[in-house]
Design a protein around this ligand. Structure first.
Ligand code: RFL
Ligand code: PHB
Length: 395
């Protein structure tokens, strides 16, 4: 069966769904193809921090009703080292704040908006394959949830299918250059029914390894522990998790940690990765399909939204004014922001984690860096303005 659309979008993560929403607002047709079920994508626990500009983008796009009610506005974070917390006040330093609102809540809101508007999202599709990305009418072939083979002819394809998707490998050989860095550790992510130990996030530097205390609601805590990259989750019974969390939070000013049922736990790998360019022919990559950051800077989902802002605006200029200049600059425009987020995420990761081969000299330099960061207004401002999100530059 054959169909036609203006933009075929692969992947219903934050990038694909937000692109679909922004295109619909501009009267541009699109279809989203997603390999997983609606339930799976709505329940996948991932990122939690929204930059100031991303919240504004969601608000302008009419997507912020529940976010305004349930999102937790954070005016700062704590950086903890040598068993003491130091607050970085974003609002004082930048006039801005971040909002804690789970990625899967953003995804739920986007799916609800798309379905209410009658925009097609096809879940549970299989074997998506791209054809003719160098030509004028690229197509997407796939099997739908009922196993019927379908063909979707598009003007453009947006590869929003994450790091393990098919769109980036679909670039012809030799077109893409990749840049990457692996880290010798991973995060053990924990979702617990327990009140967060503080009303703001606590990033902990500790000689047993990094820890992060975040949240989803005033009753649900999201926490992370640095662990080995090949860590077996079976080695982390709930009791060990709570003991380790408590040890990494120790100190005279340590907030109380209330033990509660652990609702979910899993290992998140740490990686930096960038693919350049983010476009070939009529195929555009956005979000994790093009770049990965380690989660320490809380940038993954924010970058995905930033990419599709640029893409939606560029497609609009093309369809409304016949102006292809923004589309031609898509990759360069996105990569400037991507590399700044890569730098920030790498820096936060290097600053806060315990490295295996770290010498006592390296350790003391790390602590001096933290001491400088939290004691200097200039250094704190540099962290704050990156954390709340650099301004969008989209020309
Ligand atoms: P997503 O969210 O991965 O969405 C891609 C979608 O594409 C679908 N897909 C396909 N669909 C059709 N055909 C195919 N062949 C397909 N292949 C894949 C997938 O099922 C999926 O629904 O990418 P997007 O939209 O670019 O969004 C990016 C963010 O999801 C990501 O940057 C962050 O969540 C990264 N990340 C985290 N970032 C943080 O800032 N803080 C975190 O705590 C945090 N935790 C995480 C994370 C990423 C994780 N992954 C990818 C391993 C935890 C995990 C487990
Ligand atoms: C989260 O709440 O999941 C979270 C917060 C901050 C990060 C990473 C993850 O840097």
């Amino acid at each position: 069966m054959k169909a036609r659309t203006q933009v075929g979008i692969i992947g219903a993560g934050p990038a694909g769904l937000m692109l679909c929403h922004l295109l619909r607002l501009r009267g541009i047709d699109c279809v989203v193809l997603e390999a997983r079920s609606r339930r799976y994508v709505e329940e996948r626990v991932r990122a939690g921090v929204l930059e100031h500009g991303v919240v504004e983008t969601l608000r302008e796009a009419g997507l912020a009703d529940r976010l305004e009610r349930e999102g937790l506005r954070h005016a700062g974070i704590a950086i903890r080292f040598n068993e003491r917390s130091h607050r970085i006040d974003f609002t004082e330093l930048t006039g801005k704040a971040v909002t804690v609102y789970g990625q899967q809540e953003v995804v739920k809101d986007l799916i609800a908006a798309a379905l209410a508007a009658g925009t097609p999202i096809e879940f549970d599709v299989m074997d998506v394959a791209m054809h003719g990305i160098d030509g004028k009418s690229p197509t997407l072939r796939y099997r739908d949830a009922k196993d019927t083979v379908r063909e979707l002819t598009c003007d453009y394809i947006a590869g929003c299918d994450g790091f393990h998707g098919i769109s980036r490998p679909g670039f012809p050989a030799g077109v893409i250059r990749t840049f990457e860095r692996d880290y010798p550790f991973a995060w053990l992510g924990i979702l617990a029914q327990s009140p967060p130990p503080s009303h703001e996030l606590i990033y902990v530097h500790h000689d047993r390894g990094f820890a992060l205390f975040s949240m989803r609601t005033p009753q649900i805590t999201r926490m992370y522990l640095q662990c080995a990259p090949d860590e077996d989750i079976a080695n982390w019974p709930d009791e060990r998790i709570w003991t380790e969390l408590r040890r990494r939070l120790e100190g005279d000013d340590a907030p109380a940690l209330e033990v509660g049922p652990i609702l979910q736990k899993g290992i998140t790998p740490m990686r930096s990765f960038v693919a350049e360019p983010m476009r070939h022919g009529r195929l555009f990559l956005a979000g994790d399909a093009a770049h990965i950051v380690p989660p320490t800077g809380a940038k993954g989902m924010n970058l995905a939204i930033a990419d599709v802002r640029v893409l939606a605006k560029a497609l609009d200029a093309l369809y409304k004014q016949g102006d292809a200049a923004q589309l031609d600059r898509y990759s360069d425009t996105c990569l400037r922001r991507v590399w700044k987020a890569e730098r920030f995420s790498w820096w936060m990761t290097s600053l806060l984690h315990r490295f295996h081969a770290q010498s006592p000299f390296d350790y003391r330099v790390q602590v001096a860096d933290l001491d400088y960061l939290t004691g200097s207004r200039a250094a704190s401002t540099a962290l704050a303005e990156n954390y709340v999100g650099l301004p969008f530059e989209e020309t």
